[in-house]
Design a binder for this molecule. Structure first.
Ligand SMILES: [Zn+2]
Length: 127
């Protein structure tokens, strides 16, 4: 549950915001602040049923615990780089998942705050 006051996102922009992890929401807000351009969240938290119905979604998806966010694809290459920098700077020593789905109808950027003990990952995916 989000208890912090976010600077850049209304709760209505985050699907199932009641399931979103507070630290992950603050982390996303920090990324947005450092990025300096608007970010559109197309999916935040998911229920088990919603997750199972999505092609390519993992049963261990961090969307299920409110720590993952799907963002509208960033068209501008320089802005994409600024986004990667913002993720890096906002994350510090915390582990992240960063996934680019650059093609197709489902193109988007997935970013998640992973738990302790996970290595950070950079993935390129088709779905
Ligand atoms: Zn995702």
């Amino acid at each position: 549950m989000i208890t912090a006051t976010l600077r850049h996102f209304a709760l209505s922009e985050l699907s199932h915001h009641e399931l979103v992890d507070n630290l992950a929401a603050v982390w996303l807000d920090d990324i947005r602040d450092l990025f300096g351009y608007p970010l559109t969240v197309t999916c935040a938290a998911r229920t088990v049923e919603e997750n199972a119905a999505l092609p390519g979604s993992a049963p261990t998806s961090l969307h299920l615990v409110g720590r993952a966010f799907d963002l509208r694809w960033i068209e501008d290459a320089a802005h994409r780089w600024a986004f990667v920098e913002a993720v890096y700077l906002a994350s510090g020593e915390r582990s992240v998942e960063l996934e680019f789905v650059p093609f197709g109808e489902n193109r988007h950027i997935h970013v998640a705050l992973a738990g302790d003990g996970h290595a950070s990952t950079l993935i390129f995916s088709e779905v």
